[in-house]
Design a protein around this ligand. Structure first.
Ligand code: OOG
Ligand code: NI
Length: 461
């Protein structure tokens, strides 16, 4: 029998092999990431593994996919359900100021600590929003919905196997093999000719709308390896002549611990695609939609820590606008140092970041009783704190990453009211709860505290 985590690990590996064949620059990114990780491990030793074992980090990927209808998204949820991945978080990319994209998104990922340690594969999954009149007028919406209703992304056999894997938590080997084959195939780039006129109609609204609704199949948009030093990776990729987007998204490099998520990408490459011209001829053309992205993960912030981060984003924007000549990363670094404590201990003490707490086995049994307060337990060596890794995404960074394949901004009519799509609506579509990432981190921390209390016998006082 092949368990869900084995299916998930195998799926991530095969998808990565497939994407490497389709987009060779992705393989370069994976190779350079591995080199950087080895160098960091050599230089920093055990400290390099504070946010995940090197085994986890080396295998770690996130993918991004994009679908067109609630029914398609619901099927995606069944496929990922088979792999032990659950919808976490709601991201509304329609609202991003500079770079609105007509999608709402969630991320499918494992939620249990042990499952994450085994293989943390996650997929950022976006759903087109044809009902949003800021992007689509009534006529285009009707044509788009009609087009999408006529396609089938996932064969019934795949969905049937997925349901069985989810219900049983495992599959017999032959079924597992068939499931993995069909699942990877569903995300390959289709050779079917693209209707050029239709694609271009949607492209005028948004390149992402065209990528989703302009074709009769879906495909993986990018796969992202994890790197331990993203600044170094950026330098090495640039030195190899690969054109990166001009920034690293997310927190700046600063004096304190890595928090949340830093990401960067290279621009989408022209890929050969067959096109059907308006007079019915099939010609070879090229489309730029798929790219490579890399990320560095840090400590998960609490709601309060995240509010600080969001406020800092605004402050950095304001300062950068006020001093256009200054280096933005330097400005960010300075602001960060003034607004956030720069040690794990202080982040924990001020309730800004999540940690799990564990009894220290090494403490000598001198008969003394452990103190009740957490900070005393930590200070006196009864317990230690381990940072919780941020497993999710950042809406503003995601909006920036979407731009990696947009040569022009597309169009959004701001005189219209946006259509309401929210987390509850998405839960209804999926028939599964969209989980709140902050709740998950909090529960993880609380469980560790309860265990610590038991381990130290504090509950028997
Ligand atoms: C998803 C963009 C967002 C991330 O890592 O933030 C994303 C897409 O391009 O489909 O992948
Ligand atoms: Ni991504």
């Amino acid at each position: 029998m092949i368990s869900q985590w084995q299916l998930r690990a195998a799926f991530a590996r095969r998808l990565s092999d497939m994407y490497g064949r389709e987009v060779p620059a992705y393989t370069t990114l994976v190779d350079v990431s591995r080199e950087v990780n080895e160098d960091v491990l050599r230089a920093r030793g055990a400290d390099a593994e504070r946010l995940g074992s090197i085994g986890r980090v080396t295998a770690e990927r996130h993918g991004a996919i994009r679908v067109g209808t609630p029914a398609e998204l619901q099927q995606v949820a069944r496929i990922f359900g088979a792999l032990g991945m659950h919808p976490v978080g709601f991201y509304d990319l329609r609202e991003a100021a500079a770079s609105a994209v007509p999608v709402v998104s969630t991320a499918f990922r494992p939620v249990d600590g042990e499952e994450l340690a085994r293989n943390p594969f996650r997929v950022f999954t976006s759903l087109l929003t044809p009902a949003d009149p800021r992007f689509f007028d009534d006529d285009l919406r009707a044509r788009l919905e009609n087009f999408l209703a006529g396609r089938r992304l996932f064969p019934p056999e795949l969905l049937d196997l997925a349901d069985r894997a989810e219900a049983a938590g495992e599959l017999p080997e032959a079924d597992a093999e068939r499931f993995l084959h069909l699942a990877v195939q569903a995300f390959e780039l289709s050779p079917e000719p693209v209707d050029q006129a239709w694609y271009e109609t949607l492209e005028r609204v948004s390149a992402v709308a065209a990528d989703i609704g302009g074709v009769r199949s879906t495909h993986i948009n990018h796969l992202t390896p994890r790197v331990l030093d993203i600044d170094e990776l950026y330098r090495r990729m640039t030195a190899r002549g690969i054109e990166m987007i001009d920034t690293i998204q997310g927190p700046p490099r600063w004096q304190g611990p890595d928090v949340l998520l830093r990401q960067t990408s290279f621009r989408a490459l022209a890929e050969p695609r067959a096109l059907r011209t308006p007079d019915g001829e099939v010609v070879s053309g090229a489309l730029r939609v798929r790219f490579g992205e890399v990320e560095a993960r840090g400590i998960a912030l609490t709601r309060r820590g995240r509010a600080r981060y969001d406020a800092l984003l605004v402050r950095v924007d304001e300062e950068a606008a006020r001093r256009p000549g200054d280096d933005r990363a330097d400005l960010a670094r300075t602001l960060w140092a003034g607004e956030l404590p720069d040690t794990e201990q202080e982040l924990a003490a001020q309730g800004l970041a999540h940690f799990t707490y564990h009894a220290e086995p090494g403490r000598p049994h001198d008969g003394s009783r452990p103190p009740a307060a957490l900070h005393d337990l930590l200070a006196q060596g009864w317990a230690r704190a381990e940072p919780v890794v941020y497993e999710d995404f950042l809406p503003r960074s995601a909006a920036g990453i979407f731009q990696s394949n947009l040569s022009d901004g597309g169009s959004r009519n701001n005189e219209q009211q946006g259509a309401a799509y929210d987390s509850d609506w998405l839960s209804g579509v999926l028939g599964r709860d969209v989980l709140d990432p902050f709740d998950l981190y909090e529960e993880q921390q609380d469980r560790s505290l309860a265990q610590l209390t038991r381990d130290l016998g504090l509950d028997r006082t």
